[in-house]
Design a protein around this ligand. Structure first.
Ligand code: PLP
Length: 361
């Protein structure tokens, strides 16, 4: 006999993040984790260094100043904002609180991997619904919902596909779900969306009791290493999150960094403009070489090389030049590589390297 976790835990594959090293190559360009092209905002860097001498103090467990800053920046009620150690933590807390043994979690086939991993941790049966052209299929999602379904998780835009579901489709999804199914709208890439009809989730959160929006400082704000995310939720769901989260789940440096990032003048606009330009240039460049770029609304492009062999060969070739992108086998897309939009120079290096890649018959 030995100690054993609940059976569902052993079906969880450890999450493998984007790599950051290539043996034997000194200069590395990391385009594997969608970390933002420009590093952290200068005001966030200042805030982190200034708080260092207070590192012996416990952080404000209520994250009051940070929630107020987020509320001001987004026009939201801070009482219904809950902060987390990355939005991954918020997603996990929601899935553990509303899911569990005997329940089902519904997601799109190529939805964000963490829903699957955490769903299994919670003991949910995770149902993956086939997509249409790598975009979530609302009719399919609704058809997959059964009496035991408690959660439906949708990233919009989605990572890794880049697909954006039109607002009318998101609204139709919510309208078609029972009231006891929590719709989790993961809007990690909201800032990059340029569709004027897009709502990252605020409208649906406000108009009901069963939709949550999650957001992150890891992408456009370049603070992935700080681990900071947040949810905007109906009062009942915010109350649940506040019961189950650790009392000091967000550390003091992360809170200071988040407040600093929100105060950085022009940061979002500068990043959005750069991203739109280089997402287009990268996509056009790939298409010009016969590599299919899936339309993306995030800070990355999913590039389809036509076969797993061709994708793997391109990955090996990029690595030999110190360019690390993300292989997509774990997402069930082995013919694809996901390339983060980096600086102009980094994107150009990727295109130049791919143009030089050995061609396979
Ligand atoms: C990066 C990402 C997250 C996680 O962000 P953290 O706040 O760093 O935990 C969540 N959802 C999607 C779709 C992402 O791409």
């Amino acid at each position: 006999m030995t100690v054993m976790p609940r059976p569902s835990i052993l079906s969880v594959e450890p999450y493998v993040g984007g790599e950051s090293k290539v043996p034997g190559v000194n200069r590395i360009v990391k385009l594997s984790s969608n970390e933002g092209a420009f590093g952290p905002p200068p005001r966030a860097i200042d805030a982190i260094s200034r708080m260092a001498e207070d590192a012996h103090r416990y952080p404000d467990g209520g994250a009051t100043a940070l929630r107020e800053a987020i509320g001001r920046a987004h026009g939201l009620d801070p009482a219904r904002i809950v902060c987390g150690n990355g939005s991954d933590e918020i997603l996990a807390l929601l899935i553990l609180a509303y899911g569990g043994e005997g329940t089902e979690l519904v997601m799109s086939a190529h939805g964000f991997l963490m829903y699957d991993l955490t769903g299994r941790w919670a003991g949910c049966r995770v149902i993956k619904v086939p997509e249409k052209d790598l975009a979530a299929d609302v009719d399919g999602l609704l058809a997959a919902v059964g009496p035991r379904t408690r959660l439906l998780c949708l990233a919009n835009p989605n990572n890794p596909t880049g697909a954006l579901l039109p607002q009318s489709e998101v609204n139709r999804l919510r309208a078609g779900l029972r009231d006891d199914v929590l719709l989790v709208l993961d809007s990690a890439y909201a800032e990059y969306v340029d569709d004027p009809g897009y709502d990252p989730g605020v409208g649906l959160v406000d108009s009901g009791t069963n939709t949550v929006m999650t957001r992150t400082f890891s992408k456009i704000y370049g603070l992935g290493g700080m681990r900071l995310g947040w949810a905007y939720a109906p009062a009942g769901v915010a109350d649940v999150l506040n019961r189950v989260r650790g009392p000091f789940n967000v550390n003091a440096a992360a809170m200071a960094a988040g407040i600093g990032a929100l105060e950085e003048p022009g940061w979002v606009a500068k990043n959005v403009a750069h991203n739109a330009e280089w997402r287009r240039r990268l996509s056009d460049g790939l298409a010009g070489m016969g590599i299919k770029p899936w339309p993306s609304h995030g800070n990355f492009v999913l590039a389809d090389f036509g076969s797993p062999q061709a994708a793997q060969a391109a990955d090996v070739h990029l690595r030999s030049r110190g360019l690390i992108v993300r292989a997509m086998g774990a997402y069930g897309l082995p013919s694809c590589l996901r390339i983060t939009i980096g600086t102009a120079e980094e994107c150009t290096s990727v295109l130049d390297a791919l143009a030089d890649r050995p061609q396979h018959a």
